[in-house]
Structure formats: structure tokens, C-alpha cells
Design a binder for this molecule. Structure first.
Ligand code: GLY
Length: 393
């Protein structure tokens, strides 16, 4: 499926050297600092959810009534519970579940494809960690709703808008379809798996360009035939939005986890080499990979997302693949940079975890702010690196 996509050689091997290694002490300190901010968020949110992006690095509370990102706060609490075993995180995470049930019952802002982002780090996490059957039932209802967005003619899940409008998929959805793979696992019904796997193959076919960069979105014609790739949050239709590339770096190994489709492994190397080759000296990308130096804002959230994908993929790789060492070293370099230069450890006024992220630069939304998925994936990376866990996808 990826025969025409090139594998770039890693251009600056000296950027991905093994030393210094991230140590257990380093990660323990970083996790401790992150937990202090989570404690503060529990107090500040009072049972509601951090807004999608901060203002002046401070999140304000919002209700769980719309949008694609409320699952991340829930996921941070489950990660904190898994990492520490402390009841206060369990109680806070459980306390949020009712609002996820209500969103399904009242159909609040669920006509979108982001049901994986919303329901995996909340209800699926609750089911996986505590066996909560009600949470499982609601996650399955979210999966059923996601199934209604599938276009069988084009083999893709429609991202945005009412069904039949905006006939397009977006690269981010590779992180929503694990909800469907999971639904097949727990129900034994292969229909969810079939839709997820078909969507993954369609995404790979059309979103990835021959140079291993990605379109953010891809349109289809009304008969399901492919139309064109465009951007929504990137610099231009033919540039590569950094978070879009990161979504594929994190989403592809999740599809591999469920399908064991071996053609996904060489594709991972191609898209990840493209990404690593465009990182500035501190390993945190600009908001679009077209920029490799200068004053454009960085997107630390893209770095944290890509880091989780690299960590997930390392466990799938043969030792004989020379990129395995590069990825291990890259993971350490990215984590060092995130903690030392992008975390809020020296920003007492912030209730976020990770500074200097971008939500949507073309629209001027959340530019050079914390965003809640950046904070979530930073926490996921810390817990993965310290405890060897794999989160809830
Ligand atoms: N999934 C939406 C975004 O990454 O901004």
C-alpha cells in the first residue's frame, strides 16, 4: 500500500545520539511536577473540564457538552491514578463519567468523528482500569454513533458536519478508530473492526504523499471517488501540518496493534523519518513542518503526540531495524526538551502542564498557549516511559 512513498535517510544522525539517557529519577521528578499541576486543575475545575486551550497559560472550566477534547482531562486523571494508585485521582476520574453518559443520552455535540478522543480516555479507560460496565456500555454507544459516519462507497469516516456535507476524512481520525477496534474486541462483532481497518487503509492511500508528508484533510466525490487533499489547520494545502503528521505517527501503530497489518511498519518509518528530519535543534516542531527555523510558534502538543506514537511503535520493531535505536534516542531527546524547556515547572501561574502549543494558527486560536491534548499526551508519555504502560487506546 505504500510502495511509492519514499523513506528519507535521517539527515542529522548526530541529533539522535543515545546520551544523555532519560533516567528513572528524571521521569519521577517530571511526573511529580505534572501531578502538582493536575492537583491544581482538580481544584480549579470543580468537576468541570479545562477549556480546549489556555488563556495566558491558565485554563478556565467548561462543561462537557461539545467539542473533541474533554476526554483528555479525564485521561490525565486515569493516568495519574494508574501512576500513583491514589484514590483522589480515581474519585476525580469517576466523578466525570456522568457527563460522558449524558452527552450520549442527550446527543450533546456528538455529530462528529471525534468520539474516540472523547470516549477512550474516559469511558474505555474506566472500563479497562476498574471494570465499570456502565462506562463500557456508553463507550459502545459512542462506537455505534461513530459507525453512522461511515461512507461505504469511499471507505472512510466523515470527519465534520452533517452526514453528506463536507465529504472528507481527516488524518486525526486515525486516533478515533481505536474505539471501533476496541468495540469489536469486547462485543465479538467484526463490523466495527471492518470499518476501522477500511478507514485506516483509505487514509493511508490518500492522506500520505509520496514524500511521506501528509495532507490534513482529503475530500471525496459524491460517488466515493477521491477528489483532493487540502489543509484546515496547516500553512497551505501542500505543506505538512505538524500535528497532522503527529496524529498519523501516533495513530498508525494503534491500527497496527489491532490489525497486525505488517505494511504499516515500513510506513511508520517513512512518516516518522520525515518528521524527525524537520525538527529544529530542540526537537519540538514548528506548527507546520514547512518551517524549520525562525520565529514561527512551536507546537509542543505535536511533539508530545509524536512521542507517544514513537514509544508505541518501538515495541513493534525488529531489533535489526536500525531506526529502532534512532527512535529510542529521539524519544529521550524529545522528553528532555519537553520537560526542561516546555513544561510549566517554572511557571507557577499556569495550571497547565505544557507551554507553547498551537491549536489553529490560521484562525488565531490557542496560539502559543497550553492545550489540553498537549498536556494529556505529555502525561501519557511520562507514564509510558516511567511505568511501561500503554494508556487506553
Ligand atoms: N483534532 C483536532 C486538532 O488536532 O486540532
Amino acid at each position: 500500500m505504500n510502495k511509492d512513498i519514499i523513506l528519507e535517510k535521517i539527515k542529522q544522525e548526530e541529533k539522535f545520539l543515545p546520551e544523555p539517557r532519560v533516567t528513572k529519577e528524571f521521569l519521577t521528578k517530571a511526573l511529580g511536577d505534572a501531578l502538582k499541576k493536575i492537583d491544581r486543575l482538580i481544584d480549579d475545575m470543580k468537576g468541570d473540564f479545562p477549556s480546549h486551550a489556555s488563556e495566558n497559560n491558565v485554563y478556565t472550566p467548561v462543561k462537557n457538552e461539545s467539542g473533541w477534547n474533554t476526554g483528555f482531562w479525564s485521561g490525565m486523571l486515569w493516568l495519574a491514578y494508574e501512576a500513583t494508585g491514589e484514590e483522589k485521582y480515581l474519585d476525580a476520574a469517576n466523578g466525570l463519567l456522568e457527563s460522558f453518559y449524558e452527552r450520549i443520552d442527550k446527543k450533546l455535540g456528538i455529530d462528529m468523528h471525534d468520539l474516540g478522543f472523547v470516549y477512550m480516555p474516559s469511558c474505555v479507560a474506566a472500563y479497562k482500569l476498574t471494570g465499570n460496565e456502565k462506562a463500557k456500555e456508553y463507550a459502545l454507544r459512542a462506537a455505534d454513533h461513530l459507525m453512522t459516519r461511515y461512507h461505504a462507497d469511499g471507505g472512510y469516516i466523515q470527519a465534520w458536519g452533517k452526514m453528506g456535507e463536507q465529504l472528507r476524512l481527516i488524518v486525526d481520525c486515525m486516533n478515533n478508530i481505536p474505539l471501533l477496534y476496541w468495540a469489536s474486541e469486547v462485543t465479538g462483532d467484526s463490523k466495527y473492526y471492518d470499518v476501522a481497518y477500511t478507514h485506516a487503509k483509505t487514509t493511508i492511500e490518500y492522506i500520505v504523499r509520496p514524500d511521506a508528508s501528509t495532507f490534513h484533510t482529503y475530500f471525496f466525490n459524491t460517488d466515493g471517488t477521491p477528489d483532493r487533499g487540502t489543509t484546515h489547520q496547516g500553512a497551505s494545502d501542500d505543506s505538512c501540518w505538524a500535528r497532522g503528521q503527529a496524529w498519523l505517527i501516533s495513530g498508525l501503530p494503534l491500527s497496527y496493534k489491532y490489525t497486525k497489518d505488517s505494511s504499516m511498519l515500513p510506513l511508520f518509518d517513512k512518516i516518522t523519518s520525515y518528521y524527525l528530519n524537520r525538527l529544529p535543534d530542540d526537537y519540538i516542531p514548528y506548527w507546520d513542518l514547512i518551517f524549520t527555523s525562525g520565529d514561527e510558534p512551536r507546537d509542543s502538543s505535536a511533539a508530545a503526540i509524536a512521542l507517544c506514537g514513537i514509544l508505541e511503535n518501538i515495541s513493534n520493531m525488529e531489533d535489526s531495524n536500525p531506526l529502532k535505536e534512532t527512535y529510542k534516542n529521539a524519544a529521550d531527546r524529545i522528553m528532555y526538551s519537553l520537560y526542561n524547556s516546555y513544561s510549566t515547572k517554572d511557571t507557577p501561574e499556569s495550571n497547565g502542564l505544557l507551554l507553547h502549543a498551537v491549536y489553529a494558527k490560521p484562525m488565531g486560536i490557542g496560539v502559543d498557549e497550553c492545550n489540553i491534548w498537549g498536556c494529556y499526551y505529555y502525561m501519557e508519555a511520562l507514564v509510558r516511559m516511567l511505568k511501561g504502560t500503554k494508556a487506553y487506546w
